[in-house]
Design a protein around this ligand. Structure first.
Ligand SMILES: [Zn+2]
Length: 166
């Protein structure tokens, strides 16, 4: 599993109670956790940790944009979205105990947790299926080229490529 030090929370020295952490998901995050077709990400992460002796309860909110080719015109577009999710950390000395989607089991001696994989999954799950410009904001020249191709007046270079696909 990939890890990123900057998304690691050292919880061992924290008192029981609530703690807040802020992160940003940026180009560096994207290089380590590539997202399908996404060329940039600018996302704020707000983490609220509720700590007790037996449990760590992380409430993570994300809010920001990803940049990728538009589904309609192919030019880059920013898509904004937000979401939140909860990650529970339980401590156990039983190495065979396994976690679930939102539950991680850590050894009693563990003192930190890396949230980057969890944040990555949260972004993937939150990202809208349709990633396109708002209505009317698409690149008109690309749209007209695409629609003229549909009408059969295809650019000769594209037509040639099409012949090769047989
Ligand atoms: Zn577009």
């Amino acid at each position: 599993m990939r890890t990123l030090e900057q998304y690691t929370i050292e919880f061992a020295g924290l008192k029981n109670g609530n703690h807040h952490f802020d992160f940003e998901l940026d180009q560096h995050f994207l290089e380590n956790f590539p997202l399908d077709e996404t060329v940039d990400i600018a996302m704020k992460v707000f983490v609220e940790l509720e700590k007790s002796d037996a449990l760590l309860n992380f409430n993570c909110s994300i809010n920001g944009t990803t940049t990728q080719p538009c589904d309609s015109c192919g030019e880059l577009c920013d898509i904004s979205f937000d979401n939140e999710d909860q990650l529970l950390v339980k401590f156990s000395s039983n190495a065979e105990e396994v976690g679930s989607d939102n539950m991680v089991i850590l050894d009693l001696n563990e003192h930190k947790i890396d949230l980057s994989q969890f944040l990555y999954e949260l972004v993937v799950l939150s990202s809208p299926l349709k990633r396109a410009h708002e209505e009317g904001k698409c690149d008109e020249s690309t749209i007209s080229r695409l629609s003229s191709e549909e009408r059969g007046t295809m650019d000769p270079r594209w037509a040639k490529l099409k012949d090769l696909e047989i």
